[in-house]
Write a protein that binds this ligand. Structure first.
Ligand SMILES: [Fe+2]
Length: 197
């Protein structure tokens, strides 16, 4: 029987209209980019499956597409973590379950945030992610340069912040990352973050 991989389906983020600071046009452009990752991930998986069905494993074409899979698929997954942890009704987060949990580890929510912001302000484009490490039972803030590189294996993304310039370049200048960070933290969906614990 031929292998027929399951498809990714773009999620509906129409609830993200009216974010604080981040314009609707900015979100719409970003969602178009996200949809591109969904389309390419499906095409890539279909192509790989048809190569396996045609006994083409090990060909240069198969190998190069396989190398590409982490990039395209993490482009879908990271964007979904990011959009899922946004809401027009965000709060400070200091009374969330997450705040309580990071306070135990970092001493305070503000100390966790200082490390997350320090990570997010590093030069370059990529992602800042707070992961939960189920083995050490602790949170770690990571800088992820590329979608497919640098993720700690077995750890769970809890808060995902997109730091590619396309995340703010529609409504801010490339030099205004600090304003975008302020806007991001004004729109965090802390109940979604709590739901990942
Ligand atoms: Fe993005």
């Amino acid at each position: 029987m031929a292998w027929n991989p399951a498809q990714y389906k773009a999620k509906d983020y129409s609830s993200l209209k009216g974010l604080n600071g981040i314009s609707d046009e900015q979100v719409a452009v970003h969602l178009t980019l996200y949809n591109g990752y969904v389309t390419r991930s499906n095409k890539l998986n279909e192509t790989l499956a048809s190569m396996i069905n045609d006994n083409k494993a090990g060909s240069f074409e198969y190998n190069e597409l396989k190398r590409r899979a982490g990039w395209e698929v993490n482009g879908v997954l990271l964007h979904e973590y990011y959009f899922d942890n946004l809401t027009p009704n965000g709060g400070k987060g200091d009374t969330s379950k997450f705040a309580e949990a990071v306070s135990k580890q970092f001493g305070s929510f503000d100390t966790w945030k200082a490390d997350m912001l320090g990570t997010a302000k590093m030069p370059g484009v990529g992602w800042a992610v707070t992961y939960w490490d189920p083995t050490r039972k602790q949170f770690d803030n990571y800088w992820i340069d590329r979608h497919d590189v640098g993720h700690p294996a077995g750890c769970k993304p809890v808060l995902v912040l997109d730091l590619w310039e396309h995340a703010w370049s529609v409504y801010l200048k490339p030099t205004e990352r600090a304003k975008y960070l302020e806007d991001f933290f004004a729109n965090v969906n802390w109940s979604a973050v709590d739901g990942r614990l």
